[in-house]
Unconditional design. Structure first.
Length: 189
């Protein structure tokens, strides 16, 4: 009897370093129209868990919530939301404040979120040994760069070289609720 196996990459949430952060990957969505009245997004161009800059012409318009700075697609339900500067801020690293909360239907996806390639540079995560109240603990610091060396340089004195565990492109994790109702298995995208 021949057994076949398919490789599957999973992370046990209980042991994950920073499971609550989600990183939206940058994508180039296809838009239609040149005014707010004729505006549309081509559905086939939207990848769940991604974000896109709005079309250039949209910069001159403001909604009731401010200027549209980005469009995001929920990694859980695929619903599309606007990131408007009057409601949600994005810092230099692409971190959204307040946290991203999907309001489409009963989705309720809620995470600390980052927009990768916000400022046209890759978001890197640096895990390092930091000083906690009960001794050394693993911490995560996010920064931008076009290489690991540039990301390390951007970290500056926030952590010592000997405390760095690893630096790499930030990866978004989410729970596939169909496969794991308790949310202990994270999927990376």
């Amino acid at each position: 009897m021949n057994k076949r196996s398919t490789p599957r990459h999973e992370v046990d949430r209980r042991n994950a370093v920073h499971p609550e952060a989600f990183v939206f990957s940058r994508s180039k969505w296809e838009f239609r129209g040149s005014t707010m009245e004729s505006f549309g997004i081509v559905p086939a161009s939207i990848e769940p868990g991604s974000w896109s800059k709005p079309p250039e012409w949209m910069g001159k318009y403001a909604t009731a919530h401010g200027k549209v700075r980005a469009w995001v697609s929920c990694p859980n339900c695929g619903g599309v939301s606007m990131i408007c500067d009057g409601v949600t801020r994005s810092d230099i690293l692409g971190k959204l404040t307040p946290d991203f909360i999907c309001t489409h239907g009963a989705c309720g996806f809620h995470r600390t979120a980052y927009l990768d390639n916000w400022n046209d540079r890759v978001l890197y995560a640096c895990s390092y040994w930091g000083r906690g109240a009960r001794g050394p603990e693993i911490k995560i610091h996010y920064t931008h760069g076009n290489s690991v060396a540039m990301a390390r340089a951007e970290l500056g004195a926030s952590c010592r070289d000997e405390d760095v565990i690893a630096i790499g492109p930030a990866v978004g994790f989410f729970v596939d609720e169909k496969a794991d109702r308790q949310g202990n298995i994270l999927t990376a995208d």
